[in-house]
Structure formats: C-alpha cells, structure tokens
Design a protein around this ligand. Sequence first.
Ligand code: RB5
Length: 149
Amino acid sequence: MPQKIRVVLSSDHAAIGLRQDIAGYISSKGYDAIDIGPVLPESTAYAPHGQAAAARVISGDCRFGIILCGTGQGIMMAANKMPGIRCGVCSDPFSARMIRQHNDANMLAMGARVVGDALALAIVNAFLDAEFMGGRHAPRVALIEPLAD
Ligand code: RB5
C-alpha cells in the first residue's frame, strides 16, 4: 500500500474548530493528518504553533503544513522565519494553487476570521492537488533565501 502523505496542522486559539475540520477533511481524502494542536481554547500566541508545524516540515516528518490563526498573517510570518519554509496566506483557491505550482510552497496559512469553512476546504484542495511546475520557476524559488548581513 502506498505511504500516505503526511500533513501537519497547527493553529492558535482563533482557529481550533476550523483546523479540526480541515484535519478531518484531509483524512477523508486519504492524507495522514498530523494535528499538533492546540486543543484547549485558551488564548495562545501563534508563533510557536506555526514554528512547531514548520519544524515537522523541515525535518521531513511531514510533506506539507497547514497553519491557521485569526488572519493567517501572524502564523505565516512566524513559519517563514524557519529556513526552508515557503508559506503563503491564501483566501482563494487560485492563490493556493499558484503557491504550489510557481513557488513550491510547503506550507499553507489561512485566517479563520477571513475565510469560512467551505472556502477553507476549497483552498486546501487547491493547495494539496497542485504540483510544483519546476522549469523556469525552479531557479526563481532557489533565490528565496535569507540574505547575508
Ligand atoms: C489573535 O487574536 C490574533 O491576533 C491571531 O489569531 C492572528 O490573527 C494574528 O496574526
């Protein structure tokens, strides 16, 4: 049996319900959803949650990451501080497809206060179904590196 693609999910308190819905949805699509929480609704900072998910992607434990906060912005900024992470915030399926096809994104961020459940699932679909096109995009992606001081 082929190995399932592992997708790590995390969020802050603002997106627990949506994150759990997405985890269930991608499991039903045949992915291995690794939901690293949090579970409790207490207010919590987004950065450590985003970076914990990013660490799973960097280590190779998970192929993709899906991270959520109220807007998606803060958790995306935190994840992108991690070397090797390419994470985009998406509020539409077109952008989600393009960050895979052109930018070889390995993480998707969304805002639970921005997108509704049905739209979020469509965005996830577009992200996971798309593949990096390579070709002229490969050297461009290779230039996304931390600049030396
Ligand atoms: C939490 O209230 C909120 O600031 C957070 O979820 C996120 O939107 C930050 O970018």
